[in-house]
Design a protein around this ligand. Sequence first.
Ligand code: GTP
Ligand code: MG
Length: 206
Amino acid sequence: MKINTAEFIISNSEVAKCPQDFLPEYAFIGRSNVGKSSLINMLTNHKNLAKTSGRPGKTQLINHFKINNNWFLVDLPGYGYAKVSKKTKSVFQQFITDYFETREQLVCAFVLIDIRHEAQNIDIEFMSYMGESEIPFCIIFTKADKISKTKVDSHIAAYKKQMFANNWEEMPHYFVTSATESIGKDDVLNYIDEVNQEVFKNSNKF
Ligand code: GTP
Ligand code: MG
């Protein structure tokens, strides 16, 4: 899929204030600093559409970007950032869970995982929550440029093992990406394109 237009629409902390347009929506979620905003910029060919930072906790709101006037990308705050106060953290979590539980336009979430690290409890817990809530999601491994191709393969194999050890029956659909090297761009965009075609054809929601 070719991205012709990518427009920032609105940032907010209330799901009720998210855009009312009934368009298929894809959310990017994962630990702070995993590369959610960078990936959105890579996918949309923009350097600064979504704000990025070397320090965790940059994205603090729900950010909607309208793509090709036809669907939304949503940049979300990271979870698991220890340095925000407990109160701020629970507010984050509350509006993130509100978003996932009430946003009818959401057709798929991408859970981002840093390919360099072993499976972390917080990610496994988050994916379990998505599974229990019946929210479709895929995994996107990020920062693949930071390790060799051989390591990419062995890290994914290890990740699968850890998922099975945590009672997952099958590995969710996954992608390997790098925002700096544009790795995985076509794979993710083509997947979104396929899902869009499917929902426009088969869902009476859109
Ligand atoms: P929060 O909004 O704080 O939750 O972070 P985020 O998940 O949006 O991460 P962000 O895109 O801001 O990136 C965090 C840091 O990782 C920045 O310094 C990015 O430059 C770096 N980064 C993101 N993606 C990649 C990548 O694919 N490769 C490399 N080498 N660095 C990356
Ligand atoms: Mg961010």
